[in-house]
Design a protein around this ligand. Structure first.
Ligand code: G3H
Ligand code: 13P
Ligand code: ZN
Length: 333
């Protein structure tokens, strides 16, 4: 049993309370490799922003959970080396799907876990979430739960009203599970294709897809039911069109990729939404930078010559999200 406290990591309790009160959101960035982690820590250290490092099941399979945990431990020391005296870094399991997986993360030093039982019937979601909460809280590890179903990886069907979180359930769910934060469904979804073209309109000038707005009415109803309770938004990449263009100009093929407009994320950050999950945007930044090098310098074969620019581009992206979208800069001095 390793406690995250020995590793210099923090749970989400205090950072969420401050974010809800202060009207900003904490960035939750997924990482799978060293370059992503370096870029995240450099951006957080430079802006003095609290940050959540997320490890998904895909990341565990790709990079090994133990290795990722040691990388996060190293990240705390790296942050200090970069001049961030009091780093606030949380190591979080993203979309945990079983008690055993959540327990194994708690036991090995994660400071926060998500139990995503949102695809189960309501009572089963409550039972499994409560089981994880009861275990994790013994070690002061915070737990994120999910109510409602997002389109995309969790569901092949496109987002429609019936999948939104039902505000009438949130009090009962939060009270009976004891979860520390709640991921809700208000129209975001995972990946780079968040909306089908038929769900969007098209900007006549640019020809770009314009997605339907998020269901802010549902968010506000939930806020009224659970005043001050930390709310989480998954699937919140904005799919920057500059990256999509670079990728497509350099041999890629991402037709009609579309995300959540940043002004809507900015608005959400001012509410009880205090954690915003971003993964796809980092993948796009990395892919755009790598494709550009491969296309423009076909003789290049030193990985540092294409992963280096990819890391720089991701750092730029993370800093932009922190400073211009979530407003979490300067909140971890
Ligand atoms: O929620 C989905 C995240 O973007 C992680 O995706 O399982 O492919 O790493 P992944
Ligand atoms: P995106 O695919 O929009 O980046 O969402 C990531 C996410 O929700 C991770 O849990
Ligand atoms: Zn997610």
């Amino acid at each position: 049993m390793v406690s995250y406290k020995e590793l210099g990591l923090v749970n989400t309790r205090e950072m969420f309370a401050k974010a809800v009160a202060g009207g900003y959101a904490i960035p939750a960035f997924n990482f799978n490799n060293m370059e992503q982690l370096q870029a995240i820590i450099q951006a957080a250290a430079e802006t003095k922003s609290p940050v959540i490092l997320q490890v998904s099941s895909g990341a565990r399979k790709y990079a090994n959970q133990t290795l990722l945990r040691y990388m996060a431990e190293g990240a705390v020391e790296y942050a200090k080396e970069l001049g961030w005296e009091h780093p606030q870094i949380c190591l979080h399991l993203d979309h945990g799907n079983s008690f055993e997986l959540c327990k194994s993360c708690v036991d090995m030093g994660f400071s926060s876990v998500m139990i995503d039982a949102s695809s189960l019937p309501y009572e089963e979601n409550i039972a499994l979430t409560k089981q994880v909460v009861d275990y994790a809280h013994q070690y002061d590890v915070t737990v994120e739960a999910e109510l409602g179903v997002l389109a995309g990886v969790e569901d092949e069907v496109s987002a429609e009203e019936s999948h939104y979180t039902r505000p009438e359930e949130v009090i009962d769910f939060a009270t009976r599970t004891g979860c520390d934060s709640l991921a809700i469904s208000i129209g975001t979804s995972h990946g780079a294709y968040k909306f089908k073209p038929e769900q969007c309109t098209r900007d006549p000038k640019t020809g770009r897809l314009v997605p339907p707005p998020l269901a802010f009415d549902v968010l506000h109803e939930i806020e009224k039911k659970l005043p001050g309770f930390p709310i989480v938004l998954h699937g919140s990449s904005s799919v920057p069109q500059e990256y999509v263009d670079i990728i497509n100009e350099h041999g890629g093929k991402l037709p009609d990729a579309v995300g959540i407009p940043e002004e809507q994320l900015r608005e959400a950050s001012k509410s009880a939404v205090c954690k915003i999950n971003i993964d796809s945007d980092s993948r796009l930044a990395m892919t755009a930078a790598v494709r550009k090098v491969f296309d423009e310098k076909p003789g290049e074969f030193d990985p540092r010559k294409y992963l280096g620019p990819a890391r720089d581009e991701m750092k730029k992206l993370y800093m932009h999200k922190i400073v211009n979208v979530l407003g979490s800069d300067g909140k971890a001095l």
